[in-house]
Design a protein around this ligand. Structure first.
Ligand code: PRT
Ligand code: MG
Length: 211
Protein backbone atom coordinates (compact mmCIF):
# COMPACT_ATOMS: atom_id res chain seq x y z
CA UNK A 1 0.00 0.00 0.00
CA UNK A 2 1.28 3.47 -0.86
CA UNK A 3 1.35 6.29 1.64
CA UNK A 4 -1.21 8.14 -0.44
CA UNK A 5 -4.17 9.30 1.60
CA UNK A 6 -7.44 9.96 -0.20
CA UNK A 7 -10.26 11.93 1.40
CA UNK A 8 -13.76 11.87 -0.15
CA UNK A 9 -16.14 14.79 0.33
CA UNK A 10 -19.29 15.95 -1.47
CA UNK A 11 -19.81 19.23 -3.28
CA UNK A 12 -22.08 21.75 -1.59
CA UNK A 13 -22.52 22.40 2.12
CA UNK A 14 -20.28 19.52 3.23
CA UNK A 15 -17.39 20.69 1.05
CA UNK A 16 -17.88 24.31 2.14
CA UNK A 17 -17.83 23.38 5.82
CA UNK A 18 -15.11 20.72 5.56
CA UNK A 19 -12.52 22.90 3.77
CA UNK A 20 -11.92 25.18 6.80
CA UNK A 21 -11.53 22.14 9.08
CA UNK A 22 -9.05 20.56 6.66
CA UNK A 23 -7.19 23.88 6.40
CA UNK A 24 -6.90 23.99 10.21
CA UNK A 25 -5.47 20.48 9.99
CA UNK A 26 -2.93 21.72 7.44
CA UNK A 27 -4.57 20.23 4.32
CA UNK A 28 -5.35 22.81 1.62
CA UNK A 29 -6.29 21.87 -1.97
CA UNK A 30 -3.90 23.34 -4.57
CA UNK A 31 -6.90 24.70 -6.49
CA UNK A 32 -10.44 25.49 -5.37
CA UNK A 33 -12.75 22.42 -5.51
CA UNK A 34 -15.68 24.83 -5.16
CA UNK A 35 -15.14 26.30 -8.62
CA UNK A 36 -13.12 23.67 -10.51
CA UNK A 37 -14.76 20.90 -12.54
CA UNK A 38 -12.02 18.48 -11.54
CA UNK A 39 -13.05 15.56 -9.33
CA UNK A 40 -9.65 14.88 -7.74
CA UNK A 41 -7.38 17.48 -6.15
CA UNK A 42 -3.81 17.54 -4.88
CA UNK A 43 -3.28 19.33 -1.60
CA UNK A 44 -0.58 21.18 0.32
CA UNK A 45 0.39 17.82 1.85
CA UNK A 46 2.28 15.57 -0.60
CA UNK A 47 0.34 12.32 -1.17
CA UNK A 48 -2.89 13.63 0.32
CA UNK A 49 -5.67 14.04 -2.25
CA UNK A 50 -9.29 15.15 -2.13
CA UNK A 51 -12.09 13.47 -4.12
CA UNK A 52 -15.25 15.46 -4.76
CA UNK A 53 -18.21 13.12 -5.34
CA UNK A 54 -21.96 12.80 -4.72
CA UNK A 55 -22.92 12.80 -1.02
CA UNK A 56 -24.55 9.37 -1.20
CA UNK A 57 -21.46 7.89 -2.90
CA UNK A 58 -19.03 8.86 -0.11
CA UNK A 59 -19.64 5.73 2.07
CA UNK A 60 -19.35 3.50 -1.02
CA UNK A 61 -15.93 4.93 -1.96
CA UNK A 62 -14.62 4.64 1.61
CA UNK A 63 -16.10 1.18 2.27
CA UNK A 64 -14.44 -0.15 -0.88
CA UNK A 65 -11.09 1.47 -0.16
CA UNK A 66 -11.26 3.84 -3.15
CA UNK A 67 -10.90 6.56 -0.51
CA UNK A 68 -9.25 6.16 2.90
CA UNK A 69 -11.40 8.74 4.63
CA UNK A 70 -14.61 10.61 3.91
CA UNK A 71 -17.08 13.12 5.25
CA UNK A 72 -20.77 12.15 5.17
CA UNK A 73 -24.03 13.13 6.85
CA UNK A 74 -25.34 10.78 9.55
CA UNK A 75 -28.51 10.46 7.39
CA UNK A 76 -26.44 9.11 4.48
CA UNK A 77 -24.47 6.79 6.78
CA UNK A 78 -27.58 5.25 8.37
CA UNK A 79 -29.20 4.71 4.97
CA UNK A 80 -25.97 3.18 3.63
CA UNK A 81 -25.97 0.74 6.55
CA UNK A 82 -23.47 -2.01 7.23
CA UNK A 83 -20.64 -1.99 9.73
CA UNK A 84 -17.70 -1.69 7.35
CA UNK A 85 -16.76 1.86 8.31
CA UNK A 86 -15.16 3.49 11.31
CA UNK A 87 -16.83 6.72 12.40
CA UNK A 88 -14.22 8.27 14.72
CA UNK A 89 -15.30 11.90 14.75
CA UNK A 90 -18.46 13.99 14.72
CA UNK A 91 -17.35 17.04 12.72
CA UNK A 92 -20.42 19.01 13.91
CA UNK A 93 -20.93 20.48 10.45
CA UNK A 94 -23.88 20.52 7.99
CA UNK A 95 -26.16 20.24 11.03
CA UNK A 96 -29.89 19.76 10.65
CA UNK A 97 -32.54 17.33 11.88
CA UNK A 98 -34.51 14.43 10.46
CA UNK A 99 -38.18 15.20 10.94
CA UNK A 100 -41.69 14.00 10.28
CA UNK A 101 -43.75 16.67 8.52
CA UNK A 102 -47.27 16.87 7.13
CA UNK A 103 -49.81 19.37 5.82
CA UNK A 104 -51.08 21.83 8.48
CA UNK A 105 -53.81 20.13 10.50
CA UNK A 106 -52.74 16.54 9.88
CA UNK A 107 -52.95 14.31 12.97
CA UNK A 108 -51.36 10.93 13.57
CA UNK A 109 -54.49 9.05 14.72
CA UNK A 110 -53.06 5.55 14.59
CA UNK A 111 -54.42 4.68 11.16
CA UNK A 112 -52.12 3.35 8.42
CA UNK A 113 -50.22 6.14 6.67
CA UNK A 114 -48.29 6.65 3.45
CA UNK A 115 -44.91 8.30 3.89
CA UNK A 116 -42.78 9.82 1.15
CA UNK A 117 -39.06 9.85 1.89
CA UNK A 118 -35.54 9.40 0.61
CA UNK A 119 -34.71 7.91 4.04
CA UNK A 120 -36.71 4.67 4.09
CA UNK A 121 -34.46 2.92 6.61
CA UNK A 122 -34.64 5.76 9.17
CA UNK A 123 -38.38 6.27 8.60
CA UNK A 124 -39.18 2.53 8.86
CA UNK A 125 -37.29 2.22 12.16
CA UNK A 126 -39.03 5.32 13.51
CA UNK A 127 -42.59 4.18 12.70
CA UNK A 128 -41.88 0.60 13.81
CA UNK A 129 -40.67 1.89 17.19
CA UNK A 130 -43.84 3.99 17.49
CA UNK A 131 -46.06 1.07 16.50
CA UNK A 132 -47.48 3.02 13.54
CA UNK A 133 -48.32 1.11 10.36
CA UNK A 134 -46.65 2.87 7.45
CA UNK A 135 -46.11 2.32 3.74
CA UNK A 136 -43.23 4.11 2.07
CA UNK A 137 -42.87 5.88 -1.24
CA UNK A 138 -39.18 6.19 -2.00
CA UNK A 139 -38.29 9.54 -3.59
CA UNK A 140 -34.89 11.05 -4.40
CA UNK A 141 -35.85 14.69 -3.86
CA UNK A 142 -38.67 17.23 -3.57
CA UNK A 143 -40.37 15.17 -0.88
CA UNK A 144 -42.34 18.29 0.14
CA UNK A 145 -44.40 17.94 -3.02
CA UNK A 146 -45.73 14.46 -2.21
CA UNK A 147 -48.52 15.42 0.27
CA UNK A 148 -49.62 18.31 -1.98
CA UNK A 149 -50.35 16.01 -4.91
CA UNK A 150 -51.77 13.06 -2.95
CA UNK A 151 -48.72 10.84 -3.29
CA UNK A 152 -48.34 10.56 0.50
CA UNK A 153 -49.91 11.69 3.80
CA UNK A 154 -46.65 12.91 5.27
CA UNK A 155 -42.92 13.06 4.67
CA UNK A 156 -39.71 12.24 6.48
CA UNK A 157 -37.01 14.70 5.43
CA UNK A 158 -34.14 16.84 6.63
CA UNK A 159 -35.09 20.21 8.07
CA UNK A 160 -32.79 23.10 8.82
CA UNK A 161 -34.53 26.49 8.96
CA UNK A 162 -37.99 25.04 8.23
CA UNK A 163 -38.40 27.44 5.29
CA UNK A 164 -38.88 24.68 2.72
CA UNK A 165 -41.65 23.07 4.79
CA UNK A 166 -43.42 26.41 5.39
CA UNK A 167 -43.18 27.40 1.72
CA UNK A 168 -45.09 24.23 0.87
CA UNK A 169 -47.76 24.42 3.58
CA UNK A 170 -46.20 21.69 5.69
CA UNK A 171 -45.56 21.67 9.43
CA UNK A 172 -43.00 19.72 11.44
CA UNK A 173 -44.77 17.13 13.63
CA UNK A 174 -41.79 15.56 15.33
CA UNK A 175 -38.03 15.54 15.29
CA UNK A 176 -36.77 12.02 14.56
CA UNK A 177 -33.07 12.64 15.21
CA UNK A 178 -30.44 15.38 15.06
CA UNK A 179 -28.06 15.09 12.09
CA UNK A 180 -24.47 16.21 11.58
CA UNK A 181 -21.61 15.12 9.34
CA UNK A 182 -19.11 12.51 10.45
CA UNK A 183 -15.57 11.64 9.50
CA UNK A 184 -15.52 8.04 8.25
CA UNK A 185 -12.49 5.81 7.77
CA UNK A 186 -11.90 2.63 5.77
CA UNK A 187 -11.09 -0.22 8.18
CA UNK A 188 -8.02 -1.45 6.28
CA UNK A 189 -6.66 2.12 5.96
CA UNK A 190 -7.03 2.57 9.72
CA UNK A 191 -4.71 -0.43 10.18
CA UNK A 192 -2.31 -0.06 7.26
CA UNK A 193 -1.92 3.74 7.34
CA UNK A 194 -2.46 4.09 11.05
CA UNK A 195 -0.04 6.92 11.77
CA UNK A 196 -1.16 9.08 8.83
CA UNK A 197 -4.87 8.47 9.54
CA UNK A 198 -4.56 8.92 13.31
CA UNK A 199 -2.58 12.14 12.78
CA UNK A 200 -5.28 13.58 10.55
CA UNK A 201 -8.09 12.55 12.94
CA UNK A 202 -6.24 14.23 15.82
CA UNK A 203 -5.64 17.46 13.88
CA UNK A 204 -9.28 17.54 12.73
CA UNK A 205 -10.58 16.93 16.28
CA UNK A 206 -8.45 19.78 17.56
CA UNK A 207 -10.22 22.05 15.06
CA UNK A 208 -13.69 20.71 15.89
CA UNK A 209 -13.26 21.10 19.65
CA UNK A 210 -11.69 24.56 19.26
CA UNK A 211 -15.01 25.84 17.79
O1 PRT B 1 -27.99 17.36 -3.55
P1 PRT B 1 -27.44 16.01 -3.95
O2 PRT B 1 -28.47 15.11 -4.52
O3 PRT B 1 -26.16 16.06 -4.71
O4 PRT B 1 -26.99 15.24 -2.62
P2 PRT B 1 -27.44 15.62 -1.17
O5 PRT B 1 -28.77 16.26 -1.12
O6 PRT B 1 -27.24 14.39 -0.32
O7 PRT B 1 -26.30 16.67 -0.81
P3 PRT B 1 -26.44 18.01 0.00
O8 PRT B 1 -25.15 18.73 -0.20
O9 PRT B 1 -27.71 18.70 -0.33
O10 PRT B 1 -26.53 17.48 1.49
C1 PRT B 1 -25.43 16.87 2.08
C2 PRT B 1 -25.72 16.67 3.56
O11 PRT B 1 -25.94 17.93 4.19
C3 PRT B 1 -26.95 15.85 3.90
O12 PRT B 1 -26.68 14.47 3.78
C4 PRT B 1 -27.24 16.29 5.33
O13 PRT B 1 -26.50 15.50 6.25
C5 PRT B 1 -26.69 17.73 5.38
N1 PRT B 1 -27.73 18.79 5.44
C6 PRT B 1 -27.75 19.78 6.36
C7 PRT B 1 -28.79 18.96 4.64
C8 PRT B 1 -29.50 20.10 5.10
N2 PRT B 1 -28.81 20.59 6.17
C9 PRT B 1 -30.71 20.52 4.43
N3 PRT B 1 -31.34 21.49 4.86
N4 PRT B 1 -29.23 18.28 3.55
C10 PRT B 1 -30.34 18.71 2.92
N5 PRT B 1 -31.11 19.78 3.32
C11 PRT B 1 -32.31 20.08 2.50
C12 PRT B 1 -33.54 19.27 2.94
O14 PRT B 1 -33.56 18.02 2.31
C13 PRT B 1 -34.70 20.15 2.48
O15 PRT B 1 -34.98 19.99 1.11
O16 PRT B 1 -32.70 21.43 2.62
C14 PRT B 1 -34.13 21.54 2.68
C15 PRT B 1 -34.56 21.99 4.05
O17 PRT B 1 -33.85 23.14 4.45
P4 PRT B 1 -34.63 24.31 5.24
O18 PRT B 1 -33.54 25.25 5.68
O19 PRT B 1 -35.57 24.95 4.26
O20 PRT B 1 -35.34 23.69 6.41
MG1 MG C 1 -29.36 18.18 -1.88
Amino acid sequence: MTNRLIIAVSKGRILTETLPLLAQAGVVPTESPETSRKLIFDTSVPGVQLLVIRATDVPTFVDNGAADLGVAGKDVLIEYGGDGLYEPLDLRIACCRMALAAPEGFVLDGSRIRVATKYVRIAAAYFAARGIQADFVKLYGSMELAPLVGLADCIVDLVDTGNTLRANGLAELEEIMPISSRLIVNKASMKMKHEQVRGLIDRLSAGVFAE
